[in-house]
Design a protein around this ligand. Structure first.
Ligand code: GDP
Length: 326
């Protein structure tokens, strides 16, 4: 149990409490971390779950337009929606362009929706931790669908996929027959590829692009957590709203199938276990780095290795030996 003052209002779905709880998990202060951990542990016991959907796409593909239209649709169906963002660029600029409320004006005014931009942090691991904890807080607050948005660069997709139930890739219609340089790794984690802007002059190109990706997806090895026909490619238009119902139906069908077959629970269990290990590993490293004697020894050995005085293997073995019982 926890007597945290945020506990009850959070469970009641109070938006201010949710905001403040996310600010709490974003803090790195030791006392804040302890409070956040206790709160998350207490909330977990409620067993509330949302559908967590990852959404990735390069800038300009229409992510915010899509999230706004899709989010509004879900709200109109009576769902509560949260939008979180993982923006690796915010680690440099100190602020996020993703999840920005000004990009989703209608959704940000919608009482059933909650939008939170990416935290600025010094490294992606920090952003990952905070986002994951924010997802848990949204679930405890009674959110039905959590959308986690990220740009199509680097490690952020893999990280977001590691905290989602479904992963969606948003693409624009291709001009020619090129597959837009989408990395194979991203194709492999995508459950749905949505080709956006399937409207007006771009409609024909979108249809072609959907066919190209459907073909490419068929070539990928089928995964055990996929029912027949998945992963899929579909056309959508965030502007006209065409295809959004179908996209939602497909997401729900996939989520239901995974629930019925146990893959959902298996994936969540594996994600939680991996997360636990990562936290322990990070905590251990941070603890070692805080100890001045350990830091000095580490630096000394690194220098000896760099100068060719010691072999890396022997230096590492000496370092590890010195940590026995630490
Ligand atoms: P983001 O950078 O991925 O968030 O992309 P935005 O949502 O800001 O959209 C980039 C541009 O694409 C804007 O000019 C949008 O109006 C336009 N756009 C987004 N979705 C659609 C769509 O479904 N159809 C068309 N024609 N344009 C779109």
């Amino acid at each position: 149990m926890t007597d945290d003052p945020l506990h009850r209002p959070l469970l009641e779905g109070d938006r201010r409490a949710l905001s403040r709880a996310i600010t709490l998990v974003e803090s790195t202060r030791t006392d804040h971390r302890a409070r956040a951990a206790a709160l998350l542990d207490a909330l977990r016991q409620e067993g509330r779950e949302a559908l967590r959907i990852g959404l990735s796409g390069t800038p300009g593909v229409g992510k915010s337009t899509f999230i706004e239209a899709f989010g509004m649709k879900l709200c109109a169906e009576g769902k509560r929606v949260a939008v979180l963002a993982v923006d690796p660029s915010s680690t440099r600029t100190g602020g996020s362009i993703l999840g920005d409320k000004t990009r989703m004006e209608r959704l940000s005014r919608e009482p059933r929706a909650f939008i939170r931009p990416s935290p600025s942090a010094t490294h992606l691991g920090g952003v990952a931790r905070r986002t994951r904890e924010a997802v848990s807080l949204c679930e405890a607050a009674g959110v039905d669908v959590v959308l986690i948005e990220t740009v199509g660069v680097g490690q952020s997709e893999t990280m977001v996929a590691g905290m989602c139930d479904l992963f969606t890739l948003l693409l624009a219609p291709a001009g020619g027959d090129e597959l837009q340089g989408v990395k194979r790794g991203i194709m492999e984690i995508a459950d749905l590829i949505l080709v956006n802007k399937a409207d007006g002059d771009l409609k024909a190109a979108a249809t072609r692009t959907v066919a190209d990706y459907a073909g490419a997806l068929r070539l990928l090895r089928k995964r055990p957590q996929d029912p027949a026909g998945f992963p899929k490619a579909l056309p959508v238009s965030a502007v006209t709203g065409d295809g959004l119902d179908r996209a939602w139906d497909e997401m729900r069908a996939l989520a239901d199938w995974r629930r019925e077959t146990g893959h959902w629970q298996g994936t969540r269990a594996a994600q939680a276990a991996r997360w636990f290990e990562e936290q322990v590993r990070e905590g251990l490293l941070a603890r070692l780095e805080r100890d001045p004697a350990t830091r000095d020894r580490m630096r000394g050995l690194a220098q000896a290795v760099a100068q060719g005085d010691r072999a890396p293997e022997a230096a590492a073995a000496e370092m590890l030996e010195s940590l026995r019982g630490a």
